[in-house]
Design a binder for this molecule. Structure first.
Ligand code: NAD
Ligand code: DAU
Length: 332
């Protein structure tokens, strides 16, 4: 199986590449990644060159994508601009990469009859009230809030249209918030860990009551692999691991695990349009494909993630100052 992984030098993509090469000894992986500020060669170090290849390029480059797709048995499409805060400062790369780029991939898989798995987000469904007993299902209407989530919603619609109109073989997954190694320090959990390692204060947007549904990235990888291998074309699978926690709870657990006082953080400006709560109902994935998460103890997963950032300063240090400078400009 030759798998083309777009965005494979990013957080979730690189974890997926390591996962596939470990779990499927017969698989070969080609990563196509533009190495934007979020992509990092160092996340792919140590892989067997006989089974792995990195092509630095843009998913909007039609001839390049065509050539790489023609040489593949399947495409797993992670490449995206992924950070909500950045989409509020400048939406344009989100429109280009997330929408136009997905259309380029779709046209190539259509031409070559190659199967596609499109990786998307639970944010396409908007948000839930804190006391709403329901969770997102595949029947929840799309109601994205930010330019990022609207661009991902658009990409999902394109995939469904290509399946229905052109008979493209494709699956979609919408996953909740990931945590684990190799996550950019702009994101909530690594930002707080690396701030504390630097002797800086942790930063909570608004009141901190917003809820996210956390899943370890290794569980996201195993779910994507299960869908790629056994999912039904045309179907959408929601990926989640029953990990709902408020931002304040997560932050206080990080503070406790890192030996700080529970109130040693500051409230900073809230994100405009900040989604209140995400929650995933992953029943289809569990019932149809028998998938189960392995990282069910959040405290343990978070402690391991903190250790990873403590032990891998060389990986995150080069991106830290520029990230914090961007946040300072918007009062966060
Ligand atoms: P990331 O920002 O860490 O990585 C994105 C990768 O895509 C980077 O390596 C970047 O260089 C690459 N890229 C960006 N534009 C490109 C282009 N035009 N051509 C080629 N490569 C390009 O993102 P992530 O957090 O790993 O997210 C990966 C995917 O998973 C995204 O599609 C995202 O929407 C989705 N997702 C993320 C989460 C999460 O919690 N982070 C949850 C659900 C779904
Ligand atoms: O739900 C899936 C989505 O999860 C993915 O589609 C996105 O790609 C991914 O970035 C993530 O989006 P969020 O906006 O939820 O993640 P982020 O890490 O940016 O923020 C998580 C929560 O923490 C959110 O409520 C905002 C808050 N926050 C974030 C930062 C960076 C803070 O309170 N302080 C911070 O410093």
């Amino acid at each position: 199986m030759r798998i083309l992984v777009t965005g494979g030098a990013g957080f979730i993509g690189s974890n997926f590449v390591h996962h596939v090469l470990k779990e499927r000894p017969e698989a070969r992986v080609c990563v196509l990644d533009k190495l934007t500020y979020a992509g990092n060669r160092a996340s792919l170090e140590g892989l067997d060159p006989e089974r792995f290849d990195l092509v630095v390029g843009d998913i909007c480059d039609e001839p390049l994508v065509d050539r790489l797709v023609a040489a593949s048995d399947a495409v797993v499409h992670f490449a995206a601009e992924s950070h909500n805060d950045n989409s509020l400062t400048d939406p344009s790369p989100f429109i280009r990469t997330n929408i136009v780029g997905t259309a380029v991939i779709l046209e190539a898989v259509r031409r070559h009859g190659v199967r596609l798995h499109h990786v998307s987000t639970d944010e396409v469904y908007g948000d839930l009230e804190l006391d709403d007993p329901t969770r997102f299902t595949t029947d929840t209407p799309y109601r994205p809030s930010s330019p990022y989530s609207a661009s991902k919603a658009s990409s999902d619609h394109l995939v469904r249209a290509w399946v229905r109109s052109f008979g493209v073989e494709a699956t979609i997954s919408n996953c909740s918030n990931n945590y684990g190694p190799f996550q950019h320090v702009e994101k909530f959990i690594p930002r707080q860990i690396t701030n504390l390692l630097d002797g800086e204060i942790a930063k909570l947007y608004g009141t901190g009551e917003n809820v996210r549904d956390w899943i370890h990235t290794e569980d996201h990888s195993s779910a994507v692999l299960a869908i790629l291998e056994r999912g039904q074309s045309g179907r959408t699978y929601l990926i989640g691991a029953d990990g709902e926690k408020s931002n304040r709870e997560v932050l206080q657990l990080i503070l406790e695990l890192m030996g700080r006082e529970p109130d040693s953080f500051e409230h900073v400006a809230d994100r405009p349009g900040h989604d209140l709560r995400y929650a995933i109902d992953p029943s289809l994935l569990r019932e149809e494909l028998g998938w189960r998460p392995r990282y069910t103890d959040f405290r343990e997963g978070l402690a391991a993630t903190i250790r990873w950032y403590e032990e891998n300063e060389a990986w995150w240090r080069p991106m830290k100052d520029a990230t914090e400078a961007k946040y300072r400009e918007v009062g966060q």
